[in-house]
Design a protein around this ligand. Structure first.
Ligand code: ATR
Length: 282
């Protein structure tokens, strides 16, 4: 088998978990492929994408939106999310003299979210979802919720950003005031609470986006933060008896979906998870 070259581009990129995670897959499946972490400055993005030295790329902060301008095709879900996190280069080996590859943009974050719930036998159909945060991570999760017919309530410290995102993504969410939400004595009718903010992320591990007193045992808690593995939100929720899902699962499942797109393989989810956990603070 010919070795293929993959990688992740971002700026900065030093702390990316994608490299060890994908290398673990190639090792586990005995594949000759490689995966690099590449620091690409915003001003170098276009040239890098057009020089297409790779078979596939993951794309992370700050390039997920900007990169769309430099691709030959963008898949529907990435269009809906308005961001690309995976590029597949298609080469036409049968016409070697005209081997200008096509760069195709995908977004695997929504599938990553969906599969991390599916793994826990959670179906989003007609569920009431409360999403906290209206930044980059929020977009894919909101589209995943919409595409799975969940009812979405969206809240964000800066309310206007939630209003704008609701319009941009056309998700028909109900917008509620964050300050009011966390000072009230109860939440609106909610099945699943999703934190997409950075609250609770290392080193601010003593913070949670939602007071413990608002959590009920029937809530499912998804925290997109995975560093630390057990955020304050996850710990509070576990203490109450809620089902909890860590952002590690979304990280692993978005990576797995990239591998399906690039190579058509079924990735070893557990080996990927084990590798990522080695690099995280507990
Ligand atoms: P990302 O791309 O990781 O989502 P981001 O775009 O900077 O990062 O978004 C961070 C999210 O966390 C935003 O929703 C932000 O709220 P604002 O829109 O009001 O900035 C939210 N956030 C970060 N720190 C917060 C805090 N201390 N309290 C409430 N929300 C916070």
């Amino acid at each position: 088998m010919n070795p293929k070259k993959f990688g992740v581009i971002g700026h900065p990129i030093a702390h990316s978990l994608s490299k060890p995670m994908h290398e673990a897959v190639f090792k586990e499946l005995n594949l000759p492929h490689t995966y690099d972490a590449i620091d690409v400055k915003p001003e170098d993005l276009k040239d890098f994408i057009k020089s297409n030295p790779y078979d596939g790329l993951n794309v992370t902060i700050p390039h997920k939106v900007e990169v769309m301008k430099h691709l030959d095709e963008i898949k529907n879900e990435a269009k809906q999310i308005q961001a690309v996190n995976t590029i597949k280069y298609i080469r036409h080996h049968d016409t070697p003299n005209t081997d200008t590859p096509k760069a195709i943009g995908h977004n695997t974050d929504a599938t990553g979210f969906q599969n991390s719930l599916k793994e826990e036998n959670i179906n989003l159909e007609n569920k009431n979802a409360l999403v906290i945060g209206a930044g980059g991570v929020s977009r894919a999760i909101l589209i995943s919720l919409k595409n799975n017919n969940a009812n979405i309530t969206l809240t964000n410290r800066t309310k206007q950003k939630a209003i704008n995102l609701n319009q941009q993504l056309n998700i028909n969410a109900k917008i509620i005031d964050y300050e009011q939400l966390i000072t009230n004595n109860q939440l609106p009718e909610t099945d699943i609470i999703v934190n997409t903010t950075s609250i609770g992320m290392h080193p601010n591990t003593e913070h949670s986006p939602i007071p413990k007193k608002l959590l009920k045992p029937n809530h499912i808690i998804f925290d997109a933060v995975y560093n630390p593995l057990k955020t304050k939100l996850i710990k509070d929720a576990e203490a109450i008896g809620c089902k909890t899902i860590s952002g590690v699962n979304m990280l692993v499942h978005q990576g797995a979906e990239s591998l399906r797109i690039w190579l058509g393989i079924e990735p070893p989810i557990q080996a990927m998870k084990d590798e990522v956990l080695k690099h995280l603070i507990n």
